[in-house]
Write a protein that binds this ligand. Structure first.
Ligand SMILES: NC(=O)c1ccc[n+]([C@@H]2O[C@H](COP(=O)([O-])OP(=O)(O)OC[C@H]3O[C@@H](n4cnc5c(N)ncnc54)[C@H](O)[C@@H]3O)[C@@H](O)[C@H]2O)c1
Length: 402
């Protein structure tokens, strides 16, 4: 199979489609909600309130946006999820809601497992039991967003493949391995035997294991780009440590990629399996080898790019912690399957991903003193500009974004 990727037709596909996104108030979920609105989809969001302050969901105006349904509820609440699916009747479901921070998972493993594992069980169950008036399933395509950290990490120098052992080390990574297994079980035990009129599985499900995502609008704690942004903010406020970024693991290598890379891959996979059940599978989504850098190099690139374009000057220092909880040292993904199946390739090298992240951060910093609506518009415009660039650079620009 080769579904020859074309992002123009991917966006077109979502026009008028009913789509439910869990975790849409988060960093990736906000970008995804925006892309779906851009494509003309009928969106329902199902999430707790935005997890950070500030949050992209508010900053770009999505929270006040009346063009989609927002349900503020918990994925641990099966009844609420069932009700949401029975009301929205989504044909397509993207599952992003999670407790996604490794260090927080050490502090609160129980909540991490409850959200990431039982949240997935509940959503699978709500997908399985959402039926139309004729008793047929309503969901055609379901994508569970997991992570590059689902694999047992052997600290080897080649990329993990989809067939490698699922056995994340810390509670976050491991809960996502479990979320994968839950999804596999629901497919084997239920979805595959719920046939459509052509004898194909009605509900198609895939998981996507993305690398570490960077981009404008991430304000999470214990993530490196948000740490850079916080250093800029504290320099503006003239605090003592302002402008200096403390890097805990400068030598750990990660598959960093711009947030638009996995999001377009998710849109692509969900569309492909909607149209042909043979595309349901487990996919890695990460950068090419030359763009897998260590955290120190990533921060240097961010500082250089920022210092060339804006004030205040920022720099970083190595602050390795002796008693830090275990985190993998070396992590890379083999994305041959996604490439082979869809003709997919990353659009941006790491330098471009950083360039766009710096650009977003500058716009956001400059817009901070504006009235709320003007600020949201400036940020929304910046995000639309980045989407246009992303599509253009790979030659997938459609009329929609010209
Ligand atoms: N950011 C990355 O680098 C990265 C990399 C790989 C995979 N992922 C995965 O992508 C998804 C989104 O990550 P993110 O970085 O946008 O995270 P985020 O923390 O910004 O957003 C998490 C979202 O989940 C929601 N949520 C949390 N607990 C919930 C609950 N109990 N019920 C309902 N909603 C709940 C939050 O309200 C928010 O909308 C997660 O599944 C994460 O594991 C992220």
């Amino acid at each position: 199979m080769n579904n020859c990727m074309n992002y123009e037709s991917v966006l077109d596909f979502y026009k008028e489609k009913s789509v439910l996104v869990t975790g849409n108030t988060g960093f990736k979920g906000s970008w995804l909600t925006m892309l779906l609105l851009h494509a003309g989809a009928k969106v329902t969001g199902y999430s707790l309130h935005a997890p950070t302050q500030p949050a992209l969901f508010q900053e770009c105006g999505l929270e006040a946006d009346g063009r989609f349904e927002q349900i503020y509820a918990d994925v641990r609440d099966l009844d609420a999820l069932k009700q949401a699916l029975n009301t929205a009747k989504p044909e397509i479901v993207f599952h992003l809601a999670a407790q996604p921070i490794v260090r927080d998972s050490y502090k609160d493993p129980v909540n991490t497992y409850a959200t990431n594992v039982m949240g997935t069980v509940n959503l699978c169950e709500a997908v399985r039991t959402a039926l139309d008036e004729n008793g047929a399933p309503v969901v055609r395509s379901f994508l569970n967003v997991t992570t590059d950290k689902v694999y047992r990490n052997n600290e080897w120098s080649w990329g993990y493949r989809e067939t490698d052992v699922l056995d994340g080390f810390d509670p976050y990574s491991n809960s996502k391995s479990c979320s994968e297994l839950v999804t596999h079980s629901y497919r084997n035990a239920f979805f595959d035997s719920m046939k459509d009129s052509a004898g194909e599985p009605f509900i198609r499900v895939s998981t996507a294991r993305a690398g570490n995502v960077i981009g404008g609008g991430d304000f999470s704690n214990d993530r490196i780009i948000p740490d850079c942004v916080r250093a800029i903010m504290s320099a503006c406020e003239n605090t003592e440590s302002g402008g200096r970024i403390a890097v805990r693991n400068p030598y750990s290598t990660r598959p960093f990629e711009h947030v638009l890379e996995p999001l377009f891959a998710y849109l692509l996979i969900a569309k492909a399996q909607y149209e042909d059940s043979r595309y349901q599978d487990y996919y890695n989504v990460g950068p090419d080898d030359q763009d897998c850098v260590n955290t120190g190099d990533l921060v240097s690139l961010f500082c250089d790019t920022w210092n060339r374009k804006a004030d205040p000057v920022i720099s970083w220092e190595n602050r390795a912690e002796a008693d830090a909880p275990h985190e993998a040292g070396f992590l890379k993904l083999d994305c041959s399957k996604l490439k082979q199946t869809f003709g997919w390739k990353p659009a941006w090298h790491i330098s471009e991903a950083i360039e766009q992240t710096v650009s977003w951060t500058r716009v956001w910093m400059e817009a901070r003193s504006m009235p709320e609506r003007e600020r949201a518009k400036a940020i929304w415009d910046e995000m639309e500009k980045e989407i246009r660039l992303f599509l253009r650079e790979d030659g997938y620009l459609g009329d929609r974004v010209s």
